[in-house]
Write a protein that binds this ligand. Structure first.
Ligand code: FE2
Length: 241
């Protein structure tokens, strides 16, 4: 199936192809996730946890980057498959960090987003968004994020982010993951944090076409991805920074 202009997903071997050639992903291994798991002691050996394809052709040469991530279904102990988790950098000191846009292509996703208060272990807002194919989710300015695959299928998702954004994984490593883990029994609070609010469930954005196609058609309507003040005014996910 074509997942973006010129980018194909081949279901038989979960491959991403551009111009008929299979791309080589960056691989996140289980040992890279050890520090953020609820039950790291349940990890048996190593292996591939998920696959990242960065800066795919449709948006190369633009100010934004288009990436695809594939998260197979797995569990470590009772915790579902997930990404490591990170925060973005701010455009300048004193400004909130950059936002990001995600879209599910296949499978099911649970996006977990958190905003720290005065210190990184005190979370003042924790948002969970369940998303199905076609659904989009904005990571609001200042929020760290983790994506969970809570289903039994492969999760295939894409994202668009401003090219200058970098990712900081250290707070998630220091705090043993996000403020909540998602498990077979639902959300489990991470006791490493000193303050954790209740989970705020928010609906995804529905009815968008493929985000890469939409960007190519009208990149101006995505300017909030590189203009944090504008993203704050938009109030995505009920957040006004
Ligand atoms: Fe991100």
């Amino acid at each position: 199936m074509e997942i973006a202009p010129g980018v194909l997903y081949r279901e038989e071997d979960a491959a991403i192809l551009v111009n008929g050639e299979r791309l080589i992903p960056n691989v996140r291994r289980f040992r890279d996730l050890r520090s953020v798991l609820m039950e790291p002691e349940r990890l048996e050996g190593d292996g591939d946890a998920y696959f990242m394809y960065r800066d795919l052709p449709p948006l190369r040469g633009s100010w934004a980057r288009f990436d695809v991530t594939i998260i197979p279904p797995w569990r470590v102990g009772s915790e579902y498959a997930k990404t490591k988790g990170h925060y973005h950098n701010p455009p300048s000191p004193g400004k909130p960090p950059y936002p990001e846009l995600y879209q599910v292509i296949r499978g099911e996703a649970l996006y977990l987003m958190q905003r720290p208060g005065r210190v990184e272990s005190e979370i003042v807002d924790f948002i969970a968004v369940r998303a199905l194919p076609g659904d989009a989710v904005v990571i609001p300015p200042g929020y760290g994020h983790v994506t969970v695959n809570p289903g039994g299928e492969i999760l295939l998702m894409s994202n668009i982010i401003y090219r200058e954004v970098s990712s900081n994984y250290s707070p998630y490593e220091r705090l043993r993951g996000a403020a909540y883990y998602y498990t077979v029994s639902g959300f489990v609070r991470n006791g490493t944090y000193s303050r954790v609010p209740d989970v705020r469930e928010v609906a995804p954005i529905r009815g968008l076409g493929s985000i890469a196609s939409e960007f190519l058609r009208d990149s101006g309507s995505f300017s909030w991805l590189r203009d944090v003040d504008r993203a704050c005014e938009e109030g995505f996910m009920g957040v006004r920074c």
